[in-house]
Design a protein around this ligand. Structure first.
Ligand code: F6P
Length: 360
């Protein structure tokens, strides 16, 4: 008798923990005597003749500590249905049909899509077109609704904390202000958690528009009190009151990417306080390297639970972390609704209690 076959693909920006998911899927499927096919470079691997490889125990051994994804990913191509907060578009019907014919030819009875908001939007379209899809939420930004946490976030925060620990010693030696620009798109989770754990003195997040006057007043007061070094964490999507998000120049593909606010904030601080100020843009260091313990565990739990969803025929659902349990929720509940920092939350209140300034 032929073995049951399932597929997995990783889509969108990579993040630490993807390989833990793949390993979890392969081991859980192997226990059920199912075969796993990994599609290469996200949804693009579904296009005939198909780009895929068999994933089994030997080919997925020792991949847990590896950053990135062993089956590749992309946030471009034929299946893009949404970029960032951009408008939703439909994947072209002929592309959907090509993917369908390949999955049928390969006898795929369940397809696990590991991705963030954009990729899960595509996954939902494919599910609505009749594909046996199960989702796994992934993003360092931690901004997906319907799950309390995504894997990759903790590893990104760890990179921010490590950077702040290093910036602290150079800031103290030179009595400087150091501004660290971090990722997160339109959500301030990475800045908030990283800033709190790394001992930042100010955290600027998209959800709390900031005033340069307020920020600089805090820096001057600290200086006057003898605290000559100040660490400022700026989320890439942070906005001054009445201002707008800053974007890097459009790339040749016409894509807009957030970035640049760190330098602007540093320039304003130097001008208004007279203090020597430097910027560090952490960038993709937040996305690379080995996953933290938490991301390895969450990724593994997500992988195992995704196989369970297929076994239970719960297609159209994605795994979700809630109240310390992994459960299934409709993919439709997670997409198109950004989960952002709540200014009135206990986390923000805790940060304020630690004298962290939000510039408001
Ligand atoms: O969504 C993850 C993320 O790392 C964002 O925090 C960041 O704005 C974006 O992706 C960067 O994308 P790219 O890798 O395409 O430059």
């Amino acid at each position: 008798m032929q073995k049951k076959r399932i597929g997995i693909l990783t889509s969108g920006g990579d993040c630490p923990g993807l390989n833990a998911v793949i390993r979890g899927v392969v081991k859980a499927a192997d226990k059920l005597h199912w075969e796993v096919i990994g599609f290469i470079d996200g949804f693009e691997g579904l296009l005939p003749p198909g780009d895929y490889r068999i994933l089994d125990r030997p080919s997925t051994t020792h991949i847990m500590p590896m950053g990135g994804t062993i089956i590749g990913t992309t946030n471009k191509g034929h299946f893009v249905s949404k970029v960032g907060e951009g408008n939703k578009t439909m994947v072209a019907p002929e592309i959907v049909e090509k993917a369908r014919s390949l999955l049928e030819k390969l006898r795929i009875e369940g397809l696990i899509v590991v991705g963030g908001d954009g990729s899960l939007t595509t996954a939902l379209q494919l599910f609505e077109a009749g594909f046996p899809i199960v989702g796994v939420p992934k993003t360092i930004d931690n901004d997906l609704e319907a799950t309390a946490m995504t894997f990759g976030f903790d590893s990104a925060v760890a990179a921010v904390v490590d950077a702040l620990d290093r910036l602290q010693t150079t800031a103290a030696s030179h009595k400087r202000v150091m501004v660290l620009e971090v990722m997160g798109r339109h959500a301030g989770w990475i800045a908030l958690y990283g800033g709190l754990a790394g001992g930042a003195n100010a955290i600027l997040v998209p959800e709390i528009p900031f005033s340069y006057d307020k920020l600089c007043e805090v820096i001057k007061i600290r200086d006057y009190a003898g605290a000559h070094a100040t660490l400022v964490v700026v989320a890439e999507g942070a906005v001054p009151i009445g201002g707008q998000e800053m974007y890097q120049q459009k790339s040749n593909t016409g894509e807009s990417r957030l970035g640049g606010i760190g330098d602007v904030v540093a320039r304003e601080i130097a001008l208004r306080t007279g203090k020597e100020t430097r910027t560090c843009v952490l960038g993709h260091l937040q996305r690379g390297g080995a996953p933290t313990t938490l991301d390895r565990i969450l990724g593994t739990r997500f992988g195992v639970s995704a196989v369970q969803l297929i076994e239970d025929n719960k297609f159209g659902q994605m795994v979700s972390y809630q109240n310390y349990q992994v459960t299934g929720v409709p993919i439709a509940d997670a997409v198109n609704r950004l989960r952002r920092v709540t200014p009135e939350s206990q986390m923000v209140a805790t940060a304020r209690a630690m004298d962290i300034c939000f510039g408001d």
